[in-house]
Design a protein around this ligand. Structure first.
Ligand code: F6P
Length: 324
């Protein structure tokens, strides 16, 4: 009987459980044995795993996080530790290891593909949507909606006190999540790592909003642009010159990573698993499941690790055009 291994690694994302569930059940249906490694690559290195069956993955499609737990395992980037991992995987007769994670996890997956006899297939799992060239990554929609809900609430209080809020949003050094959060909440200013704006210009813009009668201003700040409190310390003295609004900070933080996955993420996790099983049955190796032209496709891991995704900067200008 062939054995499939599965693990979740790096930042967890809503929908990972849907992918584990679908992958496990489809694999069992195709007469594979399924081993779930615990805490990502840590489980591979330390031989911590469980055998998954139909029942161990029931009641999880609606749960955020990952039942297999996750970690960022620095030991895996040491060649000598990787030899231990390969030997552990071979002792368990793992034919294919399915790695659910983001760019860091795909880097590790590529090393396994290059250095060992174990086949690897990736499933995207990151709220950052920063893996090249897929149009979508698992968990993004839930994170976007969580941030949208939070900012809708912040706007209520911002209006009541006529305040400017800096809202720090995750996404690392890729600006798509903050940009789409800003566009879907009608925020007035977005600051992403790919497009820096002079502080004086930001202050003048806010002053113009006041003159136009705006009751509040929301600045969506990418964590990759600046830490929100440092940004506050830079902007506040300049804003004070105009004495228009009071400035406040809200860091959304890890609430963006949790929560029950949206229908889109449950579906994306499930259908990514469908494509992954198909790839395993066809003995494919060194690919990840992504979305290209709205179709599920197998993409070489090499493409993901050698390229960086870019945002559409025109949308920043468009946001400015409509935030009047
Ligand atoms: O990659 C997902 C992500 O949530 C990023 O948006 C964020 O920068 C990072 O992980 C936070 O990582 P940690 O949970 O290790 O602090």
């Amino acid at each position: 009987m062939k054995v499939i291994g599965v693990l979740t690694s790096g930042g967890d994302s809503p929908g990972m459980n849907a992918a584990i569930r679908a992958l496990t059940r489809a694999a069992l249906d195709n007469n594979f044995k399924v081993i779930g490694f615990l805490k990502g690559f840590k489980g591979v290195l330390d031989n911590e795993y469980i055998e998954l069956n139909d029942r161990s993955v029931s009641g999880i499609i609606e749960r955020g996080g990952t039942i297999l737990q996750s970690s960022r395992e620095p030991r895996f980037f040491d060649f000598n530790y990787r030899q231990i991992a390969y030997s552990n995987l071979n002792n368990l007769n793992i034919d294919t290891l399915v790695i659910i994670g983001g760019n860091g996890s795909f880097n590790a997956a590529y090393k396994i593909f290059k250095e060992s006899n174990i086949k690897v297939i990736g499933i995207t799992g990151t709220i950052d949507n920063d893996i090249y060239p897929t149009e979508y990554t698992l968990g993004y929609d839930t994170a976007l909606n969580t941030a949208k809900d939070a900012i809708d609430k912040i706007r209520d209080t911002a209006y009541s006190f006529e305040r400017v809020f800096i809202v720090e949003v995750m996404g690392r050094d890729y600006g798509q999540l903050p940009l789409e959060v800003a566009l879907s909440t009608g925020s007035e200013i977005v600051l992403v790592p790919e497009f820096r704006i002079d502080l004086e210009k930001i202050a003048q813009k806010i002053h113009t909003f006041k003159q136009k009668g705006k009751k509040h201003v929301i600045i969506v700040l990418s964590e990759g642009y600046s830490n929100a409190f440092e940004f506050y310390n830079q902007l506040n003295p300049i804003l004070k010159k105009y004495n228009d609004y009071e400035l406040k900070v809200s860091v959304l933080g890890h609430i963006q990573r949790g929560g029950s996955p949206t229908a889109r993420d449950r579906l994306f996790g499930t259908l990514s698993a469908y494509k992954a099983i198909d790839a395993i049955l066809k003995q494919q190796n060194g690919y990840y499941v992504g979305l290209i032209n709205n179709k599920y496709d197998l993409i070489p891991l090499e493409e993901a690790i050698n390229n960086k995704k870019t945002i559409n900067k025109d949308l920043i200008r468009f946001l400015e055009e409509i935030a009047v």
